[in-house]
Ligand binder design. Sequence first.
Ligand SMILES: Cc1ncc(COP(=O)(O)O)c(C=O)c1O
Length: 381
Amino acid sequence: MCEGLNMERIPVSGPWITQKEIDYVTNAVTNAWYANANIYNERFEKAFAEYIGVKFAISLPSCTSAIHLSLLSLGVGAGDEVIVPDLTWIATSAPISYVGASPVFADVDEKTWCLSAESFEQLIGPKTKAIIPVDLYGGTPDMDNICEVAQRHGIAVIEDAAEAIGSEYKGRKAGSFGDTGVFSFHGSKTLVTGEGGMLVTNREDVYHRSLFLRDHGRSPSDKMFWNTEVAYKYKMTSMQAALGLAQLERIDELIERKHRIFNWYRDRLGDIGGITLNYEAPNTKNTYWMVTVILDKKFGLEKEMVIKLILEKDIDCRPFFYPLSSLPAYQNLEQAEQAQQRNKIAYKISPYALNLPCGMNMTEEKVDYVCDVLKSILGVA
Ligand SMILES: Cc1ncc(COP(=O)(O)O)c(C=O)c1O
């Protein structure tokens, strides 16, 4: 039980559901069958494409499947290399292995924590087929430089905006920069459908190829049950699409809530020496999916210890992602060994950084409590 607060435990993340979401899902489960089976998916996809500012959107069961389809539709396959930032969730890189290609782990920028354009360029080789920059925790990398390098070398860009719905870079929405952009609507995200994802693109060829691949290799125009390739079954249900549509219609207030939660933290932690919070680069809008702190080494506390001590006060936190190249999942990969030596910034940030509770149900009172606990652990109270 949180001392002084009448609640069991402060969760690290979670959604904001209103009557609107309940009404839309109820309507979907009641009516979205027979001739109406696709109405919510179509409305969600159309509204989503408009919001991001792209031509096409395809609703999918997850962001992982959106990355998988992106790679397939862009022709990435066996023998190819795909560059990813070392600091991200493994969902960014796992689909690279699904298609028989190999991940190459690039370092990140010290301020944005996102892919470093320089590191990306240094790693380009004859096998490099695609790059997957990630909008980490709602922040954006230097997309101008990344896209310029990719274009100069003829490399496809898949923008992983799983954590960054509504974020902006120079007035354009995150997810709109690459050959494809991908989003996650997992229950921890700013916009939720429980599980779910979206692939967006301006490329008509990629759009049609993705539609074909996600429906067992058949074209909508072909005769029934006529498969011309062995492919995949990646569809979002209409109940999820209804939930997503309702959330999208409330996106401004969802993002506004994320800003407010971040500002409460910034007011309490922003001026404390040795604590670095999420960065918002000039000309960008960070939507602060996860409020994140990097603690100076001087405190002598690695993230696992801080999380353990905070948990004793009934507060859930998450460790900053471990460098992918450090994970047992990649231990047999030569590329991972090289990245461990090479990616100095990723290995400097990760051990001392954690995500603080920033679910949609956070209140100023709870932020106060979390900050007091953190400050007392760090001895700066
Ligand atoms: C950066 C990043 N990419 C991809 C994903 C995968 O999303 P999903 O769980 O919807 O497959 C996530 C999910 O948390 C993520 O954080």
